[in-house]
Design a protein around this ligand. Structure first.
Ligand SMILES: Cc1ncc(COP(=O)(O)O)c(C=O)c1O
Length: 369
């Protein structure tokens, strides 16, 4: 009886897990050697496969998508108080990484269509202490990379892309992770491609690649101690998950494309805004998220509450707008980001989401708009 009345909770994301036997058969290779971390065979194999899949020969597989941001900033060898122009519409990890390295995040407002940093807003924030631009490809949609590169070249700034959401995205015929001086990705269990916990960092010159290799493993290789470093290595258990996930990625992205189109049809005509990936020329997207933007914050919160009453969870991703957080220094104005942060809801969106659940979500939104 109890089961009959149990309410089903629909979560925002659900981790895709590979075939268990496949995972175990890969893991068994580490077991038989009794070697489970410290750049083992599975980590190296995953790294090789990721380099091929992402067409990024200078890539390191690491322990998460936050530490790779910290490594990227560390590699710039900045002074405390140096400034990095960044986006206010991202997960806190992006701005935290800047502050963690004792630099100051300077927030430039965003483009409402892509939710990424508005390249036209960057120049007016450049000052004598500006050293870099750290921009997020939000929801896997590309920043205006051409404009950002041109500004960076003109002002001698380094460009780092937080591509945590951008696994498998191609933009103008190359993987989005290939853009910028460095790009980072997260392989957290909530991400499209995951290794439970994990991440990677991509760079484009051998010297920088070697610096990042040292950072990843305490600053030494074997008995040769060369620099400071941190522990950003990942284990054989995590790599086994990645090796089991990678072959199924193209199929997962294709399925998400269908789910995305289905939501769009169900929500068409309602007073809300959805992403328009097809409006971005040269984009082959990964359908990582399904955010919707309502007209006001009160509508957003009302709909969130109505969905929660039906045991359907949403996420205000990203809220709050990072420029409003007091621990990054005096509040800087970013009205577009603040508006989007107040009105965004990411709807349940994951492989295996049923049509019935999509219809249920849409009908509650329709009845409360
Ligand atoms: C934009 C962005 N950057 C960085 C991160 C941090 O990644 P991780 O959780 O792997 O440390 C996330 C995680 O959600 C993210 O969304």
């Amino acid at each position: 009886m109890a089961d009959k009345h149990r309410k089903i909770v629909l979560t925002v994301t659900k981790t895709t897990l590979p075939d268990f036997d496949q995972f175990i058969s890969i893991l068994r290779r580490a077991w038989s050697k009794g070697y489970v971390t410290n750049n083992g065979a599975l980590v190296q194999e995953l790294e090789t496969q990721l380099r091929q899949y992402l067409q990024s020969p200078l890539l390191w597989y690491c322990s998460n998508g936050t530490v790779v941001l910290q490594m990227a900033i560390k590699a710039l060898q900045l002074q405390p108080g140096d400034e990095i122009i960044t986006t206010p519409f991202s997960y806190v990890a992006t701005a935290n990484a800047i502050a963690w390295e004792q630099c100051r995040p300077v927030f430039a407002d965003i483009d409402p269509n892509t939710c990424c940093i508005d390249a036209t807003q960057i120049t007016r924030h450049i000052g004598p202490r500006t050293k870099a631009i750290l921009a997020t490809h939000v929801y896997g949609l590309p920043c205006n990379t051409a404009a950002i590169d041109s500004i960076a070249r003109q002002h001698h700034l380094t460009v780092i892309y937080d591509a945590a959401h951008a696994f498998g995205v191609h933009y103008q015929s190359q993987p989005l992770l290939q853009y910028g001086d460095m790009a980072t990705c997260s392989f957290h269990a909530t991400k499209l491609f995951h290794t439970v916990e994990g991440g990677c960092i991509v760079s484009h010159n051998e010297t920088l690649h070697h610096t990042l290799e040292l950072y990843r493993q305490f600053g030494h290789i074997g008995e040769e101690y060369s620099s400071i470093g941190i522990n950003a290595k990942n284990s054989e258990v995590h790599a086994a998950m990645g090796l089991a996930m990678l072959p199924i990625m193209d199929g997962l992205i294709a399925e998400r494309r269908q789910l995305f189109e289905q939501y769009r049809q169900l929500l068409q005509g309602l007073p809300l805004r959805m992403l328009q990936p097809e409006a971005i020329e040269g984009l082959q997207w990964n359908y990582a998220y399904f955010p919707v933007f309502f007209e006001t914050e009160s509508t957003t919160l009302r709909i969130r509450q109505a969905l929660e009453a039906a045991q359907i969870l949403t996420r205000r991703y990203f809220h709050p707008s990072l420029n409003t957080l007091p621990f990054y220094g005096p509040v800087q104005q970013c009205p577009v980001s603040e508006q989007l942060a107040a009105t965004v809801l990411c709807l349940p969106f994951f492989n295996g989401l049923s049509s019935t659940d999509q219809e249920r979500v849409a009908s509650i939104i329709r009845n409360n708009c």
